[in-house]
Design a protein around this ligand. Structure first.
Ligand code: PMP
Length: 397
């Protein structure tokens, strides 16, 4: 049966992690895998999560099945976090949210629902986009095409080229947008650009599909939801995949949500029943623990305040590191302008160096990053930033 399979190459990012672990250089720096890290290089369990887990442990009284949509209370709390409790689409009873196994589960559930609704739909993704978007959506059988997004020369969004391509996308197709903190490029749409894309979606009839994996990591919980909320106010239909992996630090617990804004409450009920059937056919129901922790935190004013504080700590640290790396590169005489690192948002940016320079950073300096030159800003620390900046300058000269 399995003899005929051909072995596939290992994920390059996992190979990079293994090489980092095996490296004995005391100065080694890991800028590879996309998880938040503190000054010591750890990804600790958040304080609010620990407290919520304790409270949940003391009160949990059953392990009985939870059903395909997960906890209704958790879904409402997350929906309010994403759209704002007073959003007109929520008031009109046009929004439905289900709990999913992380952001990935949400993206895949959405893809399966799209496939049911319109088997010939094409999803337009940004060039570049998060690599896993392709299998998550494509393996459901959807066609995928790309629209221009990041301009490597100007280190910013090539908005004219993006709009030019999207102007040809019409009804029945979808445009995948990163809600905030674009992975991998760190360049986000500004508010005027969001407005223009929303108007184009309204005019042409394509369905926006927003992946929001980093709410709270950019400018703040409310600010980062600007695009989602505007879009939900503008177009009749919208898909939002969200994740609690980064902002709640719940990575391995697999907590996320899929929210869909439908054109009417009647469509919402139909869509929801189809989504339940999608979920049943793939994993029956989502895992409970991560979502129960989110529900416990968002259901408690004290724990929510603690979580807001921790989220701000993570966000402020990333912002400070962006500014610090730029400053150190200037101080050490780096050729070129790295101000874009400070301007961009979230955990990622492309350094903008070539493959040979990346290879030199890895092999000669034990600084681990992927070939595209994407760096995880959270892997920088006050201790390693000088060495990092000096090494970048060295490979650039
Ligand atoms: N979308 C993007 C853009 C991401 O970067 C990630 C996590 N790396 C996800 C979705 C999904 O994350 P998870 O399934 O771990 O919640």
């Amino acid at each position: 049966m399995f003899e005929g399979l051909t072995a596939l190459p290992a994920d390059p990012i996992l190979g990079l992690s293994a090489a980092y672990k095996a490296d004995t250089n005391p100065n080694k720096v890991d800028l590879g895998v996309g998880v938040y890290k503190d000054e010591q290089g750890n990804t600790p369990v958040l304080r609010a999560v620990k407290q919520a887990e304790q409270a949940y442990f003391n009160t949990e009284n059953t392990k009985v099945y939870i059903g395909p949509p997960g906890s209704a209370a958790a879904n409402t709390l997350l929906q309010n976090l994403i759209f704002g409790a007073d959003h007109a689409a929520i008031k009109a009873n046009r929004v439905r949210t289900i709990q999913t196994p992380g952001g990935c589960g949400s993206l895949r559930d959405a893809a399966e629902l799209i496939k049911k609704a319109n088997p010939s739909a094409t999803v337009w993704v940004s060039d570049p986009t998060w690599a896993n978007h392709i299998p998550l959506l494509g393996n459901a059988g959807l066609a995928i095409k790309t629209y221009p997004y990041y301009d490597h020369a100007s280190k910013s969004v090539n908005f004219d080229a993006m709009m030019e391509t999207l102007s040809k996308v019409g009804k029945g197709d979808l445009v995948l947008l990163h809600g905030c903190c674009h992975n991998p490029c760190g360049a986000d749409l500004n508010q005027t650009q969001w407005q223009a894309v929303a108007q184009l979606a309204l005019k042409n009839g394509f369905t926006p599909f927003i992946d929001m994996a980093y709410q709270g990591f950019g400018e703040g919980l409310e600010q980062d939801a600007y695009g989602v909320r505007l879009m939900a106010n503008t177009v009749p239909e919208l898909i939002v995949s969200s994740s609690c992996s980064k902002n709640f630090g719940l990575y391995r617990e697999r907590a996320g949500a899929l929210s869909i804004v439908y054109a009417s409450a009647a469509d919402a009920d139909k869509g929801q029943s189809n989504l339940f059937s999608v979920v049943r056919g793939m994993y029956s129901m989502p895992p409970n623990h991560g979502s129960a922790i989110v529900e416990t935190i968002l259901g408690s004013a004290t724990l929510t305040a603690e979580w807001h504080q921790e989220l701000a700590e993570m966000r402020d640290r990333i912002k400070a590191l962006r500014a610090l790396l730029n400053k150190k590169l200037i101080e050490k005489g780096a050729p070129g302008d790295f101000n874009f690192i400070e301007q961009q948002s979230g955990m990622f940016s492309f350094l903008g160096i070539n493959k040979a320079q990346v290879q030199s950073l890895v092999q000669d300096y034990s600084i681990y990053l992927v070939d595209s030159s994407r760096i995880n800003i959270a892997g920088i620390s006050l201790t390693n930033v000088d060495y990092l900046a000096e090494s970048i300058v060295a490979v650039l000269k």
